[in-house]
Design a protein around this ligand. Structure first.
Ligand code: KG4
Ligand code: ZN
Length: 372
């Protein structure tokens, strides 16, 4: 077992993706067809539209991944596909196509948990940078659909490649962090998805201007809750009607097709910049505090952060600074590997392929597939 090529297929949410990865580490190609333009006008992912678009994209995306890798489809050693969690109709497109390819090529089929894919996105990036993170680690997976904390364990894993085992430490009780970004962006007419625009605008705001209270929760101190802060932003807007005209101006600009963060910035007051900076500060502090506390409680030397929100600049900076201060090494994927992609699925699939795992054609999508 060494440098085998794995074809990865990902279709759990609103990205149709395929990739070819050698030896679980070297990315030969990674193609992502995003559906953002389709879901934008609804302010969130519409499951039926997502499935339909995956159907349209899956064949050309896989073909392009194979072409870009400079290989023939018959060169791959296995097909790895996301089994779950995610939207069931979306997952079914990838699972069905993965089964068809595996059968037609006579190559093994490997099922991958999407969340384990996000863990491997961090390892892929570390490998590209020539680093080998020390395991075990605590991994924060933070995206539009998930806010989860896991302990990543090496029991049975080979050479830092995996497969790993996982303990769930905590998760969100309501909204995912990315969902809170998207909902706040919707209230403020900052477009969809909200994370990248808020990230950009927050850099010009005063994060100390509005103090959002940290969520008060009983029970597991490693659980998250973001619906309270989202509601606090809504109340703030109700109390400040002077902010309405600029929201309407941005709505008009969005309807005209304005997409750029700078274009929206030109229609945004300092008051709003301070509001988004304060919102972001509260979210980042909460993610940082609970994750580092989990790492300390688990006595691990390393923290991974992955998922779409891991692209956030304030989050990266906060983890790097505070991690270094506490002697915890922090690892993030590149921005391209933070959001959903199939390279991470192929990498996770390689570890399971190398360990001898095989699926048969009865493999089914599992919307609520747990990790661990
Ligand atoms: O992982 P992803 O591509 O899809 C899933 O949700 O699984 O993550 C998308 C989420 C969206 O909620 C988006 O607003 C958020 O990640 N996001 C960000 C940033 N870039 C994307 N949130 C904060 N800052 C960013 N720079
Ligand atoms: Zn994801």
């Amino acid at each position: 077992m060494g440098d085998e090529l794995i074809l990865g297929i990902e279709s759990s949410c609103d990205e149709t993706a395929a990739a070819v990865v050698a030896g679980g580490r070297r990315i030969l190609s990674s193609v992502v067809a995003s559906q953002v333009a389709i879901h934008r006008k609804y302010g969130g992912v519409v499951p039926e539209l997502a499935s339909r678009e995956h159907l349209r994209q899956i064949v050309p995306v896989v073909r392009e991944a194979v072409e870009q890798a400079g290989i023939k489809l018959s060169d791959v050693s296995a097909v790895a596909v996301t089994r779950g969690p995610g939207l069931v109709g979306a997952l079914l497109v990838g699972v069905t196509y993965g089964k068809v390819l595996s059968y037609a090529l006579g190559k093994p089929l490997i099922a991958v948990n999407h969340l384990e894919g996000h863990v491997h996105a961090v390892l892929l990036e570390a490998h590209i940078a020539g680093k080998s993170p020390e395991l075990p680690a605590v991994c924060l997976i933070v995206s539009g659909g998930h806010t989860l904390l896991y302990r990543v364990k090496t029991d049975g894993a080979r050479n830092g490649i995996g497969p790993f085992s996982y303990d769930r430490i905590g998760g969100t009780r309501d909204d995912a962090a990315g969902e809170a970004y998207d909902k706040v962006a919707k209230m403020l007419a900052l477009g969809y998805p909200g994370g990248p625009v808020i990230d950009h605008l927050a850099a010009d705001g005063d994060a100390k201007k509005i103090a959002f209270a940290a969520p008060k929760m009983s029970g597991n101190r490693f659980d998250f809750s973001f619906s309270g802060i989202k509601t606090a932003v809504l109340y703030h807007l109700k109390r400040n009607p002077q902010m309405q005209p600029e929201i309407e101006a941005r709505q008009t600009a969005l309807a005209r097709g304005e997409r750029s963060a700078d274009g929206l910035r030109a229609l945004t007051s300092q008051e709003t910049l301070d509001l988004v900076a304060s919102f972001q500060h509260a979210v980042v502090e909460d993610l940082l505090t609970r994750t580092l506390a989990a790492a300390e409680q688990c006595a691990v030397p390393t923290v991974f952060v992955s998922g779409g929100v891991a692209a956030n600049s304030a989050l990266r900076k906060a983890f790097e600074t505070e991690g270094a201060r506490r002697g915890i090494a922090t690892f993030f994927p590149s921005r391209a590997l933070s959001t959903d992609n199939a390279a991470m699925i192929a990498a996770a699939g390689f570890a399971r392929f190398a360990a001898g795992e095989r699926e048969n054609l009865l493999l089914n999508a599992e919307a609520n597939l747990p990790l661990g």
